[in-house]
Design a protein around this ligand. Structure first.
Ligand code: NI
Length: 218
């Protein structure tokens, strides 16, 4: 990892590592993601881990998140969560041995995906302590890429997220398949709807210092 990435992470609350995941592994992850998504959209699979919303029109429900992703039967995703290069990257970023604490897939289906409202993942931990790594499986730009308010991870726990995001400025972070975007869980972030024909999927894994127990309130 380049030191500039660590400097950005600590200053801005986010940084991007281009082409971190090898192309062959990206393809394997895409195949697993395709299988999980089509199980919902085409084969009628439902579980409490597959989060979706209904549309007023009564059209097909819109899948937006697969929770507990490491337990959905994909060996390649389970191994990404269990160990390997992402763990090394997170350890470098946090400056401590780490453990992976949560895993989900964010899905922005073409045309129908909604915005993810501005939020902070956690505020119950100090800045620079817990991070999320987003592994992009698709190009992410005008189809609902991540946006951050730089420096917002340093704001107090009780900061007004709506006021912070309203004041901005928001920084959009476009990505390519295989890029990893790292963010401090305290950072104020969100994403826009996907009005395009291009799906946008990312696998998000949370990392915490090995010895730190996290509250489950996320
Ligand atoms: Ni988030």
């Amino acid at each position: 990892m380049m030191t500039s990435a660590l400097t950005e992470f600590r200053r801005d609350g986010f940084t991007e590592i281009p082409a971190f995941i090898p192309a062959s592994q990206v393809r394997a992850l895409q195949t697993s993601a395709d299988d999980l998504i089509t199980s919902f959209t085409e084969r009628g699979y439902r579980s409490e881990d597959f989060w979706f919303f209904e549309r007023p029109s009564g059209d097909a429900p819109v899948l937006y998140r697969v929770h507990n992703l490491e337990r959905q039967g994909s060996p390649v995703i389970a191994s990404l969560f269990a160990g390997g290069p992402l763990h090394g990257l997170a350890a470098d970023i946090l400056g401590a041995p780490v453990r992976s604490t949560a895993c989900a897939m964010i899905v922005k289906l073409p045309y129908v995906a909604a915005a993810v409202p501005w939020h902070r993942d956690r505020t119950s931990v100090p800045a620079h302590t817990v991070c999320n790594l987003s592994v992009f499986l698709d190009r992410s730009a005008d189809n609902g890429c991540l946006e951050f308010v730089a420096g917002s991870h340093l704001l107090p726990d009780g900061a007004d997220v709506a006021a912070v995001s309203g004041a901005g400025p928001a920084t959009a972070v476009p990505a390519q398949a295989g890029d990893v975007v790292v963010h401090d869980v305290r950072a104020v972030h969100g994403s826009r709807p996907n009005g395009t024909a291009t799906i946008r999927r990312s696998i998000v894994i949370e990392f915490a210092p090995a010895g730190l127990s996290l509250p489950r309130d996320g």
